[in-house]
Design a protein around this ligand. Structure first.
Ligand code: FBP
Length: 261
């Protein structure tokens, strides 16, 4: 594992990543609660907030909009992704971008990759991730694994309580350490104790909480505070920022929680 403590995606060792790949993963329905968020420029403007250490977007958004924000926003390119439109036998997220293209052509400071541990296609995703991880080392950028356990291996196995089972979340997070991710992004596992376990099993690999669907300011901040108290390193958040009409307010609060312990 490389030392990325100087990476611009970290501040005092922690991160606040704004994720804006929902146009692929869920479709424009996610922009309905705040129609301004349809326009990527709105989210790039939001990401200028001091609290935000980088913005994670797909290749096309990076190519089209990032040139106007290079001086103000750090870019993470999400290398794989898929839509909700297709019918699939199980979860698989194909790559649309190489690390070389992300760094050399788009100006990425970091790259992201979704790993569906538990899917019928997990083995294929390991191979894809191996390429990503080794290329990321060559270009000296950190690689963040969206560690999302889901699929037939979990649903059909009575040893596991589904994708929200804290032990399953910890298992998928541990794969991040073992496969060479610098940071894993995990769904909130329900309690400080469970998040502490995730932090324990991932060792030196950093852990950030995945935002999830929009909830009240206080509910959301409570989960983030619990995550930080458990020893994790911050947040990667989409809807709980861009679906708000005043995202600056929640970002001010997140800045306090994540960076000023
Ligand atoms: P949210 O904070 O909106 O949950 O975004 C985090 C994220 O990982 C996005 O990067 C991605 O688009 C989305 O969640 C995927 O959500 P899911 O696969 O759980 O529907």
């Amino acid at each position: 594992m490389r030392d990325f403590s100087d990476s611009p995606i970290l501040r005092n060792g922690n991160s606040l990543i704004v994720a804006y790949d929902h146009g692929t993963e869920h479709g424009p329905v996610d922009f309905k609660p705040n129609p301004e968020s349809i326009d990527p420029r709105h989210v790039f403007e939001v990401a200028k907030h001091d609290a935000v250490t980088c913005l994670a977007v797909q290749k096309g958004i990076a190519e089209t909009y990032y040139p106007d924000y290079k001086d103000d926003v750090n870019l993470m390119v999400k290398l794989n992704g898929n839509s909700d439109l297709s019918e699939r036998e199980d979860y698989y997220s194909p790559k649309q971008c190489t690390v070389r293209y992300a760094v050399e052509e788009l100006g990425a400071e970091a790259v992201g990759y979704t790993m569906y541990a538990g899917s019928k296609y997990e083995d294929k995703m390991w191979e894809d991730f191996r390429e990503v991880q080794e290329e990321a080392r060559k270009y000296d950028v950190p690689v963040v694994m969206w560690a999302y356990p889901r699929g037939k291996g979990i649903e059909g196995n009575s040893d596991y309580g589904g994708s929200t089972d804290p032990d399953v979340i910890a298992y998928a997070a541990r794969l991040g350490l073992e496969l060479g991710a610098d940071m894993v992004k995990v769904k909130y596992p329900g309690s400080e104790g469970n998040m502490g376990h995730v932090v324990n099993v991932t060792g030196k690999t950093k852990v950030v909480m995945s935002g999830g669907s929009k909830r009240s300011d206080d509910e959301f901040i409570k989960d983030v505070q619990t995550t930080i108290d458990a020893g994790a390193n911050g947040l990667a958040v989409g809807r709980n920022v861009f679906q708000r009409e005043n995202p600056e307010e929640i970002l001010d609060r997140l800045e306090e929680v994540i960076f000023k312990r």
